[in-house]
Design a protein around this ligand. Structure first.
Ligand code: ADP
Length: 270
């Protein structure tokens, strides 16, 4: 890293092409560093459930005579296997998203349908905590994009809202539009996120409270996936939160003219 910076400095005094070369190398070095970092994180994260499954298999073998213990270890094996499966799925999703800047299979997408589907999929988990949804404030609105990816993005936000909220609370999902942009806000009455963590929660594998978050079953990749999907749709996601009061994640996407029934434009993503 130090060498590269030095090269850029030298180049600033020298000829322009050296500067370009140095710039390129800096970019490549950064990409490589990010990739290496990702691989290191992935290996570390995968080792935890794999190690647990291996230990549980040993425990199962050793306690074959004890029916209760077998049941208990089998159940824990199942939990760890499910965590591993979720992790692998998120890693694959994220690496696919990182490989591209724009939506590959775009079409006119009705946001109401996307939100309804994302809410539907989170309903079971919400009901188990007696959390209710308040969806409102939106008319027919369409964006150009990939419906599956958009459902994944909102599903992650809604799943988090459920995961980090106590029982008997509400989750609001409101939509409005202005200046050709649609804002979709997902608000919870949960534990909230401290100011210093707010900048970091979109990073891969970052958890505001590592021990507790692991216990709640997340992979640490959810918000990173959301950020990529929204960026690929030409939008951005922002966060407002106050510890103890709750959080609001707002997704801002460019509106597609003409509403859900409109023709898909020939051009690239707007
Ligand atoms: P995870 O799988 O751990 O939920 P995410 O990338 O989805 O990973 O979120 C990163 C971290 O941000 C979480 O571990 C949690 O600490 C925090 N977080 C995300 N959403 C919320 C929320 N709605 N309320 C409080 N904390 C949240």
């Amino acid at each position: 890293q130090g060498t590269i910076v030095l090269q850029v400095r030298v180049a600033l005094l020298g000829e322009e092409y050296i500067l370009l070369l140095a710039d390129d190398r800096t970019e490549i070095t950064r990409t490589e560093a990010v990739r290496n970092d990702f691989v290191a994180n992935v290996s570390h994260e995968l080792k935890t459930p794999v190690g647990a499954i291996s230990l549980l298999a040993e425990a199962l073998e050793a306690s074959a005579e004890d029916e209760d213990a077998v049941r208990r270890f089998a159940r824990r094996t199942h939990t760890e296997a499910a965590r591993l499966a979720a992790l692998v799925q998120d890693i694959i999703e994220l690496s696919r998203l990182q490989g591209t800047d724009v939506v590959q299979q775009g079409q006119a997408v009705d946001l109401n349908t996307v939100i309804a589907e994302a809410v539907d999929r989170a309903r079971l988990a919400a009901e188990s905590k007696n959390i209710s949804f308040v969806v409102g404030g939106h008319a027919d609105r369409a964006v150009y994009g990939d419906p599956h990816l958009l459902v994944t993005a909102f599903r992650n936000l809604i799943d988090n809202a459920v995961r980090y909220s106590p029982e008997n609370t509400r989750i609001g999902i409101g939509t409005n539009s202005a200046d050709g942009l649609i804002n979709i806000a997902v608000t919870d009455q949960g534990e909230g996120i401290s100011a210093e963590d707010q900048d970091r929660v979109f990073e891969r594998f970052y958890r505001a409270d590592a021990a507790r978050s692991r216990h709640t079953g997340g992979t640490g990749l959810g918000l990173s996936i959301v950020k990529h999907i929204v960026a690929n749709h030409g939008g951005e996601v922002t966060l407002w939160s106050q510890p103890g009061r709750g959080s609001t994640f707002t997704v801002r996407l460019p509106e597609m003219e003409g509403g859900p029934g409109a023709e898909v434009p020939e051009a690239e993503v707007p």
